[in-house]
Write a new protein. Structure first.
Length: 296
């Protein structure tokens, strides 16, 4: 089961771990991602889920957009307040040569000439938006910088996706550990040492499970699990939402579509659903739009 676990250690440390193999596998299948694109999208989905699930407001949503000028284009992930996510990449087929250490080269696919942007929508008139310049394009380092510079929270973040030889997702997940103000230097040093010495994240998730991530990062600390939440890949698209989107098209464009007298297929950007919109649907949408214009 894909889930987010949260723990505390004393009064200064908060940590969240996500395991999301099935979620990232679903995204890979929907978009037909190459291994590198799957890793880029999977890491971003995990990051969005961790941040989104921490939002307290019901019906809140959080969007992470990464665009570093690389061949993959934009990487987008959206989370609801329960940590369930959806996302896409502009070019899911991008798959640059691996790095010298044999790892997938997400940084080369994403690039570093651009921004990581986080948008939090809690139901107010305007969402809260924060951005940082990319430092590596590997997602985790960039998110760490965002949390420090934009949220002003001392944090460490790791994200990983392990792609099997058949291109299926073998493991996916990550963690964010945050320090509260006033944390002693020796505590910080110990935490940094643990993270430096820990096994590769995806290996831990694949071989030992998500709770083992806490054991390695918080080694030597008395920590307690405080919450667990199941998460998944979830897209809220519907025919009603598609028709609502069409309703903002200019009347002249709708009339032109009606004159073609054929069905139009509208594909959801986030999932594999296709909605067929016929001329009768368009006429009704146009009538409603004209009535609203007349009322204004």
């Amino acid at each position: 089961m894909d889930r987010i676990l949260r723990a505390t250690a004393g009064e200064y440390i908060k940590m969240a771990v996500i395991s999301a193999r099935d979620t990232v596998q679903r995204a890979r299948e929907i978009h037909g991602c190459s291994p590198t694109a799957a890793a880029a999208l999977g890491r971003t989905l995990c990051a969005a889920s961790l941040l989104g699930e921490s939002m307290k407001e019901e019906n809140a949503s959080l969007t992470i957009r990464v665009n570093g000028g690389g061949p993959i284009g934009s990487v987008v992930a959206v989370s609801d307040h329960e940590g369930c996510v959806r996302g896409y990449v502009d070019d899911p087929l991008v798959d640059p040569p691996r790095r010298a250490d044999g790892k997938l080269n997400v940084g080369a696919a994403v690039g570093t000439d651009g921004l990581l942007t986080v948008s939090r929508d809690i139901g107010l008139k305007e969402p809260y938006i924060g951005s940082v310049e990319l430092v590596s394009g590997e997602i985790a380092e960039d998110l760490t910088r965002y949390l420090l510079t934009s949220d002003q929270v001392a944090s460490a973040c790791a994200l990983g996706v392990l792609v099997d030889t058949d291109r299926s997702i073998r493991a996916a997940g990550g963690f964010i550990v945050q320090l509260m103000p006033g944390a002693p230097e020796e505590l910080i040093d110990k935490l940094e040492e643990n993270i430096f010495l820990m096994d590769q994240l995806t290996t831990v998730l694949d071989e030992d499970g998500d709770e083992a991530v806490f054991a390695q990062v918080l080694k030597g600390f008395d920590y307690h699990l405080v919450s667990e939440r199941a998460i998944c890949y979830r897209c809220p698209c519907s025919r009603e939402r598609v028709e609502q989107a069409l309703s903002v098209i200019e009347p002249e464009e709708l009339e032109e579509m009606i004159r073609e007298d054929r069905d139009f297929d509208v594909d959801c950007q986030f999932c594999d659903r296709t909605y067929r919109i016929g001329a009768d649907n368009l006429r009704r949408i146009l009538t409603d739009r004209q009535e609203k214009i007349g009322q204004n």
